[in-house]
Write a protein that binds this ligand. Structure first.
Ligand code: CTP
Length: 217
C-alpha cells in the first residue's frame, strides 16, 4: 500500500535570516513512516525542517514553507492509499517578505500576517479515493475541537493530542492520543513512546480503512 505522510513544522520566511515556525519535532510523523515501512508499505514522507534520520526505505521529500508542502502533497495525494497529515503547518505567514534583513527601530514593532493555506482542507475539498488521517494539536477542549476538525477537514479519522502538556506531545519522545472515527467512535491510546504508539496507530488506520472500503462495496 502507498502511504503519503507529512511531518514536522513548516517555516514562513520573514527576511533572509528570520522565519515564523513552531516547536514540532517531526517525531510522530517519522514514527508513523517507520511503522509503515516496517510492515512493508511504500512511504513518501513530506518533511518540514527537522533533525531526524529518515526511516529506512522511505522516500523523503524535504520542504520548508506551507506552499511547498501543499504542492508536494497535492502531487502525491491522488495516487496514494493512505494520506496522513501529521505536519504542524503555520496558520499565518508574513504578508510581505523583506528581501533585506529588517533593521531594528526604536519602540514597538508589529508584523502584518496573512492566513496561510489549510493544506488538509485544500486537498480533501476535491473528490479523492485515499483514506485521510488528520491530526489535531490542542491545549483545551480537545474532544470538541477534534470532532469539529474531523468533520470540517473531511478526514476519515482524526488523531488528537494535548500539546499543553510538557511530558508528551510536541518535541517529546512520548505521546498520548485520542482517536476519533467518522462513526462517532473514539479510542484512547495511553502514554507511550511515539515509536510504539505509531505501530498501534498504523494498525488502527489500516483496520478503519478496511471497514471503510467494505462499506463502500
Ligand atoms: N493543517 C493543515 N494546514 C494548516 C493548518 C493545519 O493542513 N494551515 C492540518 C494539520 O496538519 C492537522 C490538521 O490540519 O492535520 C489540524 O491542525 P491543527 O494545527 O490542530 O489545527 P488548525 O486547523 O491549525 O486550527 P487551530 O490552530 O485553530 O487549532
Amino acid at each position: 500500500m502507498k502511504f503519503v505522510i507529512t511531518a514536522g513544522p513548516t517555516r514562513e520566511p520573514l527576511d533572509p535570516v528570520r522565519y515564523l515556525s513552531n516547536r514540532s519535532s517531526g517525531k510522530m510523523g517519522y514514527a508513523i513512516a517507520a511503522a509503515a515501512r516496517e510492515t512493508g508499505h511504500e512511504v513518501i514522507l513530506i518533511s518540514g525542517p527537522v533533525a531526524l534520520t529518515a526511516p529506512a526505505g522511505a522516500e523523503v521529500v524535504p520542504v520548508t514553507t506551507g506552499e511547498e508542502m501543499f504542492a508536494t502533497a497535492a502531487a502525491h495525494f491522488a495516487r496514494c492509499d493512505v494520506f496522513v497529515m501529521c505536519a504542524a503547518v503555520c496558520d499565518y505567514k508574513p504578508a510581505r517578505y523583506a528581501a533585506q534583513k529588517m533593521k531594528k527601530e526604536r519602540g514597538a514593532f508589529s508584523l502584518a500576517l496573512e492566513p496561510a493555506r489549510d493544506i488538509l482542507s485544500s486537498l480533501t475539498s476535491s473528490p479523492h479515493d485515499c483514506f485521510v488521517v488528520g491530526f489535531a494539536a490542542e491545549t483545551e477542549e480537545l474532544r470538541r475541537n477534534a470532532q469539529r476538525k474531523l468533520a470540517e477537514k473531511k478526514c476519515d479519522l482524526l488523531v488528537a493530542n494535548d500539546v499543553a502538556r510538557t511530558d508528551i506531545g510536541m518535541d517529546s519522545d512520548d505521546n498520548e492520543l485520542l482517536i476519533f472515527f467518522k462513526s462517532g467512535a473514539e479510542k484512547k491510546l495511553w502514554r507511550e513512546k511515539k515509536t510504539e504508539l505509531a505501530r498501534t496507530l498504523l494498525k488502527i488506520i489500516l483496520d478503519a480503512r478496511e471497514k471503510c472500503l467494505t462499506k463502500k462495496t
